[in-house]
Write a protein that binds this ligand. Structure first.
Ligand SMILES: Nc1ncnc2c1ncn2[C@@H]1O[C@H](COP(=O)(O)OP(=O)(O)OP(=O)(O)O)[C@@H](O)[C@H]1O
Length: 318
C-alpha cells in the first residue's frame, strides 16, 4: 500500500526543478527566493486541471494546506481524490495549473525525502516480515548501517507494531498491514504525509487507532493530507477539502463549513454544497441551452427530494 516517494530521473528532476516564472500568485518557489519556508503553506494548488482523454477528471482546483494540520480530502468514489493526491506528490502532471509543495514544485528533487506517500494499492511485500520490509525500503531510500536501523526501530514504535516486528506481513490483520505501509512512508520523517484512503475497509475500532497515530504525527509537526470517502472521518480533521466530479466544493475547517452551510454535520453540508453547485450548473446550462449529463427540469427545485435522489444516483456517499 505504500511507496517511498518516487525518485525522478535527472532529466525529470531538472524539468521539474522549480521555475519561479511558472507562478504569478503570492506563493513563490523558495529555491531561488528569500521567503522563509515556515511562512509558506505545506501545499498550494492553483487551477489544477487533469483530463483523461477528453474527459476532465480535475477541473480548475485551487486550495492551500497550512503546515502541521490534518487535512481531509473527502468525496465520493471516482470524484478525483487519487488524481489530486498524485498531483501533490508529483507523479501526475496536470494539464493546467501548478502545485507548490513545501516551497518547491510538486515532484521536485528536494521533496524526495520530505514527502511520504501511502498509496491505495498495497506495495509492501507480504512474504517479508515487518522489519525486513522496513529495512528493504530504508535501503532503497539510501539509508545504511546504524542510520537505517535507527529509522526502522523508530517507525515500528511510531505505528505501534513492536509486538509484530518479526511477523510476515501476510499474517497481519488489515489494520496492522496498513500500519506497515504507514511505517514505510515515515522512514524519512516526512514533513508532508499524503495518504490515499488509508482506513478503507478497516473496522471502526482499527480506524480509530490509526487516526490516533495520525494525530500523534500532526502533534509532532507533520502535515497530513488524507483522502477518504467516509464522511465521519471529517470530524478527525483540522481542515476539509470537499470534492465532487473533479471540482472542489469547499476548502474550510469543519466549524466554518457547518456555519456557512447551516448544516449539523459534514455529510449534510456536503449534500447542501452539491445541491448549490448543481443548481448553479443547471442555471448556467439553461443559459447555454444545454446541460452536460443532467436533466435541468429535475434541478429546478434543488431542495426537492426527487431532484436530489436523481442527482446522487450516479455517485453516492457511503
Ligand atoms: N488511468 C486512468 N485512465 C483513465 N481514467 C482514469 C484513470 N485513472 C483514473 N481515471 C478516472 O478518473 C476519475 C477519477 O479517478 P480517481 O482515482 O482520481 O478517483 P477517486 O476519487 O480517488 O476514486 P476512489 O475513491 O474510488 O479511489 C475516475 O472517473 C476514474 O475512472
Amino acid at each position: 500500500m505504500t511507496a517511498p516517494f518516487p525518485r525522478p530521473g535527472r532529466a525529470e528532476a531538472a524539468r521539474r526543478g522549480t521555475d519561479p516564472t511558472k507562478l504569478s500568485g503570492a506563493v513563490q518557489n523558495t529555491e531561488h527566493s528569500a521567503a522563509p519556508a515556515g511562512d509558506l503553506p505545506a501545499v498550494a494548488a492553483y487551477g489544477l486541471t487533469v483530463n483523461r482523454g477528453t474527459r476532465p477528471v480535475l477541473r480548475n482546483v485551487s486550495f492551500t494546506i497550512p503546515r502541521g494540520r490534518i487535512v481531509g480530502l473527502l468525496g465520493p468514489s471516482g470524484c478525483g481524490k487519487t488524481t489530486l493526491l498524485r498531483c501533490v506528490v508529483g507523479v501526475q502532471e496536470p494539464d493546467a495549473g501548478h502545485v507548490q509543495v513545501l516551497g518547491h514544485s510538486a515532484g521536485a528533487w528536494p521533496l524526495r525525502t520530505r514527502v511520504g506517500y501511502v498509496t491505495q494499492a498495497p506495495s509492501v511485500y507480504a512474504d517479508l516480515t515487518v522489519l525486513e520490509n522496513l529495512r528493504y525500503f530504508a535501503a532503497a531510500l539510501g539509508m545504511r548501517g546504524w542510520r537505517r536501523e535507527d529509522a526502522v526501530v523508530r517507525v515500528v514504535k511510531e505505528v505501534d507494531l513492536v509486538a509484530y516486528a518479526d511477523q510476515p506481513v501476510a499474517r497481519l490483520s488489515g489494520g496492522q498491514y496498513s500500519r506497515v505501509s504507514l511505517a514505510v512512508a515515515l522512514l524519512n520523517r516526512p514533513d508532508l504525509l499524503v495518504m490515499d484512503e488509508p482506513t478503507v475497509g478497516l473496522d471502526p475500532m482499527v480506524r480509530r487507532e490509526l487516526w490516533l497515530v495520525f494525530q500523534r504525527l500532526a502533534e509532532q509537526g507533520t502535515t497530513l493530507l488524507v483522502s477518504s470517502h467516509v464522511m465521519d472521518e471529517a470530524d478527525r480533521c483540522d481542515r476539509l477539502l470537499l470534492m465532487r466530479s473533479g471540482r472542489l466544493l469547499a476548502s474550510a475547517d469543519r466549524d466554518s463549513l457547518l456555519k456557512h452551510t447551516g448544516c449539523a454535520d459534514v455529510e449534510e453540508a456536503f449534500l447542501h454544497l452539491v445541491r448549490v453547485a448543481a443548481a448553479a450548473e443547471a442555471r448556467a446550462a439553461r443559459r447555454h441551452d444545454a446541460v452536460d449529463g443532467l436533466s435541468p427540469h429535475l434541478l429546478d427545485q434543488p431542495g426537492a427530494p426527487d431532484a436530489e435522489r436523481a442527482f446522487f444516483a450516479a455517485d453516492t456517499l457511503t
